[in-house]
Design a protein around this ligand. Structure first.
Ligand code: SF4
Ligand code: SF4
Length: 448
């Protein structure tokens, strides 16, 4: 269906509601919106920006997560004013935040600025059965325009896919025709970029990215921070995902889908940690907050479009703006230190391999369960994780690890280093272990 046919059909289906709504006014200008470029007063601030590969949008590396806004509209306006005057231009909300009031608060604050001053993101939060009916979901979508006082949405997301697996994805978006509808809305220009926010079930994540040729996602939003990078399987205070952020990020980069990050501080846990860990960071950068380390770590990844932070206090906003104005990327040794801290925080968990051997044979000869069994054994014996290279027992433990490996797997052609990342084993593992990533981790550990 071409655009003219679509607009004709939409007008009939909407029965006048659409034509009476602000949406109708954008029909003639969709091409302009698709190519919209953000203009900022760059000379006034030093914010770091990333460019969206498809549209050319110049998005601030710090994005404003509006979910936890204060009740007072005056305070919201003050926060937004400060953010915009320091170069922040990405604002993320959703119909379900703050009991349904968050979009209106966001709209009221942003509407005081010219439309080209900001990018606004909102979502299809059709979690309950009633809003999964096509007409109700569509009403939710149309209401977002009214609440936000806009006639196009810059970044629109399927909200929280993966929470309850493929059945839920089908029920919320596929079987009811909502995803098809949103794809048409993007074609018509009322949605400039279409993506999804992901929580939990990696089968859903893989399905959506493996259908990139069909859906052409413009971006996707994931939970990513230096703890979830390799320890997302940890269950701590209700947090549990079945794939590490490292896997999600790498797959998105490979698929050509840019990443928007949520929870860079892992619900605040990376902004306050045991003194023994915090002191290691403070020793290197005494003036920097713990939060700034986590934000810098995220921002240092090149495929990140923006990093959302829920800033309900001016001090949080000031600190984050300072961190990204401009970004001072993490060095290799800083990355290594954060990795060590994450390992300590996580207790360096073992790989949950049951040695069922469903993944075998590997076409490149890797003994997958054998490598995992040995790795787990060394973790249990506290040979791994290796200490810092300057530690007195570093060399002894490294030698212990290598000698043990030679005994456990005498044939070196079965070692993790033979893995070429072909992913032939990936879908065969009932534990959903990201096997190639884990192999790379073992290789890295051995090479330290
Ligand atoms: S990803 Fe690695 S371990 Fe898995 S089948 Fe391919 S080469 Fe073998
Ligand atoms: S299929 Fe998964 S759990 Fe089974 S041996 Fe392979 S890696 Fe281990």
């Amino acid at each position: 269906m071409d655009r003219r046919e679509f607009l004709k059909k939409t007008a009939v289906v909407a029965g006048g509601i659409l034509l009476a709504s602000p949406l109708a006014s954008v029909m003639a200008s969709d091409d302009r919106m698709k190519q919209r470029i953000f203009h900022s007063d760059e000379e006034d601030h030093k914010m770091t920006y990333r460019v969206h590969h498809g549209s050319g949008d110049k998005v601030s590396l710090l994005g404003f997560g509006m979910m936890r806004l204060p009740d007072s509209q005056e305070k919201v306006n003050q926060l937004v004013d400060y953010a915009i005057s320091h170069g922040v231009n990405y604002f993320d909300t959703a119909p379900m935040y703050k009991g349904g009031r968050n979009e209106a608060q966001t709209g009221q604050a942003l509407n005081r600025y010219p439309r080209e001053k900001y990018f606004v993101a909102t979502k299809m939060s059709n979690y309950d059965r009633a809003t999964q009916q096509f007409d109700n979901a569509r009403k939710m979508y149309e209401n977002s325009f009214r609440e936000l006082r806009v006639d196009y949405i810059d970044y629109y997301l399927l909200h929280g896919v993966g929470g309850s697996g493929m059945d839920e994805l089908r029920r919320r978006y596929l079987d009811n025709g909502i995803l098809d509808f949103l794809l048409r809305e993007r074609e018509a220009g009322r949605i400039r970029h279409l993506g999804f926010s992901y929580h939990g079930n990696v089968e859903v994540f893989d399905f959506l990215l493996d259908h990139q040729h069909e859906y052409h996602w413009d971006f996707a939003q994931i939970q990513m921070n230096y703890l979830d990078w390799r320890h997302a399987l940890l269950e701590k205070g209700g947090w549990k995902h079945d794939a590490d952020a490292e896997y999600l990020y790498n797959k998105m980069e490979k698929t050509g889908v840019q990443t928007i990050v949520m929870e860079p501080l892992r619900g605040g846990s990376l902004a306050k940690m045991r003194d023994i860990l915090a002191n290691r960071l403070k020793a290197l950068r005494p003036d920097d907050s713990l939060a700034s380390w986590a934000m810098r770590w995220v921002g240092s990844h090149p495929n990140i479009l923006t990093t959302l932070s829920g800033m309900n206090e001016m001090s949080h906003l000031e600190d984050n703006i300072h961190t990204f104005s401009p970004l001072d990327p993490c060095t290799e040794s800083e990355n290594r230190l954060l990795e060590e801290i994450a390992d300590v925080m996580a207790g360096f968990p073992v790989i949950p391999c049951t040695t069922c051997r469903y993944c075998m044979p590997c076409p490149f000869g890797v003994d997958i369960p054998g490598n995992f069994a040995y790795y787990n054994e060394t973790v249990e014996k506290q040979i791994l994780p290796l200490p810092d290279k300057t530690a007195a027992d570093y060399l002894t433990r490294k030698q212990q690890f290598t000698e043990g490996l030679k005994k456990a797997l005498p044939d070196t052609t079965t070692w993790a280093g033979q893995c070429v990342g072909c992913e032939a084993c990936l879908k065969k593992c009932p534990q959903q272990i990201r096997i190639p990533n884990q192999m790379a981790r073992i290789v890295e550990t051995m090479g330290q």
